[in-house]
Design a protein around this ligand. Structure first.
Ligand code: GLU
Length: 418
């Protein structure tokens, strides 16, 4: 493996890729090409901090492939961000866009920074400088960033403004996940979480269960975790455990989602909610529940804890929360895993709607966004579960096979240049 990508995240992505390729029968050169990104950019961003000192932050943008259209993928601000992690996430975006049949290749970007330690002004200066550094490779027809962990609509507003100022005209389609006032799509904020909830409904039905009364444990109460919780509560599920970066809470008789949202808004920590037991982020993975939803960081379900999980199903809201070794243990235990590229694809699907709306300067209603999202999520689950049955493989391998094959076949059709 090329040394610059060496990291547990990238190794895991490659193992999953190789497993999915086993029965695809792709030519060697295609596998070799798709195992690595097409293009990577490393940047170092000097930023004037509020105390007058200048600090340098390392950033990345990785484009995995541009075969089916411009690259698409989020920007992550997190202290663990490195080239290997960003490359693994970019690869995941390729398979996700392929599976969702979107006209995009996969990309991902990130800055190694803890955004909680920066003021709003520092974050703005970092974002603008990072945008300028990656400017040569982004654009509405080249590569379209979006929010990911640690970034949000405000980050996208700064990116869009920086890009537009250098172009000389407003270019809404250069990023997605913007505030609606400046060209963001209605429903984009909720899209990933709602998509996860629609997928949970499908997965339960597929395994002969129903949604009302199902108990759900959610690790991570950011954009994905909160909107999944809201939708699931609306659909009649009981949210029994929730955690954020500081720790979690558990109440087997269910937690009031609206109150949890208030607590997060007012106090910023879920453990400030008193009517529940306090648990750790490791303990939440082992709570008794029907559905475990890891919706925070990667590689939390590992060979060390997979045998102790007490859920009936894992649904991946986060990207890459389950290691390949843990996948094997869960499969042996008969615990199905609904993979990230299927479960959390709602975000990039509505990003696609936002991009289309931006290019056309014609904006959709919320009802239209959610109806179209729901239709696509249901269609995708059906496609993956049928393929998994037909090929006798897990949902993860089926989803990856479908995503990888679409990119590979498009590559073959286009042929080699020069
Ligand atoms: N960061 C999100 C993901 O991992 C969304 C990407 C996008 O909307 O482009 O799917």
């Amino acid at each position: 493996m090329s040394g610059i990508f060496k990291s547990p995240a990238f190794e895991n992505a490659v193992v999953q890729f190789d497993r999915a390729c086993e029965s695809l029968g792709l030519e060697d050169w295609l596998k070799e090409r798709l195992r690595y990104p097409q293009r990577t950019l490393v940047v170092n961003c000097p930023v004037r901090m509020d105390n007058g000192k200048i600090k340098v932050f390392s950033g990345y943008r990785v484009q995995h492939n541009l075969t089916l259209g411009p690259c698409k993928g989020g920007i992550r601000y997190h202290p663990d961000v490195d080239m290997g992690e960003v490359a693994s996430l970019a690869m995941g975006m390729s398979w996700k866009c392929g599976l969702a049949e979107l006209p995009f290749g996969g990309a991902k970007g990130g800055v190694s920074v803890d955004p909680r330690e920066l003021s709003l002004n520092e974050l703005e200066r970092l974002t603008r400088r990072y945008t300028v550094e990656i400017l040569p490779i982004i654009g509405p027809n080249k590569d379209i960033p979006a929010p990911d962990m640690g970034t949000n609509p405000q980050t996208m507003a700064w990116m869009m403004d920086t890009y537009s100022m250098t172009e000389g005209y407003t270019t809404p389609a250069v990023v997605t996940g913007k505030p609606t006032l400046i060209g963001g799509s209605l429903g984009r904020e909720e899209a990933t979480g709602y998509g996860v909830a629609y997928t949970i409904e499908d997965a339960l039905r597929h395994f002969g269960k129903t949604l009302p009364g199902s108990k759900v444990a959610i690790q991570g109460f950011g954009n994905v975790g909160t909107h999944t919780a809201i939708k699931l509560a609306e659909m009649g599920c009981s949210i029994v455990a929730v955690s954020d970066v500081y720790g979690g809470i558990y109440n087997p008789s269910g937690l009031p989602v609206d109150k949890l949202l208030d607590i997060m808004k007012q106090k910023g920590k879920i453990q400030e909610f008193k009517n529940a037991d306090k648990i750790t982020n490791e303990e939440i993975l082992k709570t008794q529940c029907d559905i475990l939803l890891p919706a925070a960081i990667g590689r939390v379900i590992t060979k060390e804890n997979a045998s102790q999980l007490r859920c009936k199903m894992v649904v991946e809201g986060a990207n890459g929360p389950t290691t390949a070794e843990a996948d094997d243990i869960l499969e042996e235990r008969g615990i199905p895993v609904v993979p990230d590229i299927l479960a959390n694809a709602g975000g990039v699907i509505v990003s696609y709607f936002e991009w289309v709306q931006g290019l056309q300067e014609y904006y959709w209603s919320t009802d239209m966004v959610f109806a179209e999202l729901q239709k696509r999520m249901h269609g995708m689950f059906e496609k993956v579960s049928n393929y998994a049955n037909e090929k006798r493989v897990s949902l993860r391998i089926a989803a990856l096979m479908l995503g990888i094959n679409r990119v590979a076949q498009a590559k073959k059709l286009r042929g080699l240049y020069p």
